[in-house]
Design a protein around this ligand. Sequence first.
Ligand SMILES: Cc1cc2nc3c(=O)[nH]c(=O)nc-3n(C[C@H](O)[C@H](O)[C@H](O)COP(=O)(O)OP(=O)(O)OC[C@H]3O[C@@H](n4cnc5c(N)ncnc54)[C@H](O)[C@@H]3O)c2cc1C
Ligand code: SF4
Ligand code: SF4
Length: 360
Amino acid sequence: MPDPKFAKPWHGIPREEIHWNPTINEAVCIGCGTCVTGCGRLVYRFDFQRMKAVVYDPLNCLIACKTCANTCPTNAISFPPLETVWSRLADPPVHHHVEDELLSRKDQLMLNDFPPEEDRKHLVVREIRKISPRNMVVFLRPANDGDCTCDFIPGQYMWLFVPGKPWLPRAYSIASAPKPDGTLELVFRRVEGGRFTTWAFEQMKEGDEITAVGPMGEFSLKSPKDKPLLFVARGTGFAPIKAILEKDLEENPERDAILYWGVTDTDDFFDLDLLEQWVRTKPNFRVVLAARNVSPGFTPPEGIDFQQGTCYGALEKSDLDIRDRDAYVAGPGKTVKNILAVLDKKGVPKERRFIDSYGG
Ligand SMILES: Cc1cc2nc3c(=O)[nH]c(=O)nc-3n(C[C@H](O)[C@H](O)[C@H](O)COP(=O)(O)OP(=O)(O)OC[C@H]3O[C@@H](n4cnc5c(N)ncnc54)[C@H](O)[C@@H]3O)c2cc1C
Ligand code: SF4
Ligand code: SF4
């Protein structure tokens, strides 16, 4: 019988809905007993007749634990792939269960509290541009002089709190270079069931005040002025890259730079007019856009290449020699992995890659 102390719901999901428990390859098990005595959750029993460990209460097993497999001297114990667990964690309700528990057990789990009032900024929504059902560009201005994010390093991001809610802040890259009046451009991609973006897409209006913390983050331009660059962005990963380009192309208009930017639907592109202007006015700046789905009537701006597919697919297909370029990569974790695999194939060394990965 599973022990209710151990076989309890995991971040709100009934334990029996998650396939996670050890399997023993009996042919390889030498009956040392390490897994049986080592598991603190009584998952195993020992068969003294056959000198074998037996999985007896699989639901007692702690999700994502692999201690017994790691300590088995003959590698007789296996588990399902960890993706089984990660895919459940990617569900917003599961993520929210974790967030709510963190907040409700704050007294017990807290090391430091949220940043104090003096470290917070109050920003006012100046303008909202809905560019597609899933994406919006938002301009924020400081509510008061003391709230100005006038000085930051392009590539950095802010934490934004949902007004009136106790939730953790969400990270958003600044999509513009520093402005004297402290205006920040941000791009929000809607996450179905996401707490911040549901508020932003359904309730946020011009004039609303958002509390923020930042700027922060290490992603920034690290290359000397004469270094040729490659930028590869997926979706809103273009936001920090746009901030970097905006400042660099202003200060260094001759820069040799190539941008590959991929999205799901062509509707998701933003600031294409700015890219067109840069391509027209900066002699060594080139752009390749990619999208999996092409909306009827979409035509890429003049001077900009377009390919149906992914940014990393377009880069892989190109015969461009990128070995001498510093590479800047930004976007969700899964795509970043695919982009890095192409950089491997194309010979861009690891020490010349700069990465902004959003997890996921
Ligand atoms: C440094 C940084 C910069 C970012 N910049 C941008 C940006 O410019 N524009 C933009 O649209 N998004 C950006 N993101 C991603 C954004 O912070 C998340 O998508 C955010 O959680 C959405 O908030 P939400 O409350 O709507 O969704 P949540 O209620 O937080 O739910 C999001 C769902 O996605 C998963 N999730 C949570 N955090 C992440 C994450 N970081 N990456 C992938 N999945 C996650 C959760 O498991 C959950 O299921 C950035 C993330 C980081 C770390
Ligand atoms: S993975 Fe951990 S909890 Fe599960 S059986 Fe092994 S030691 Fe016990
Ligand atoms: S630790 Fe490995 S070898 Fe030892 S009893 Fe368990 S499964 Fe068998």
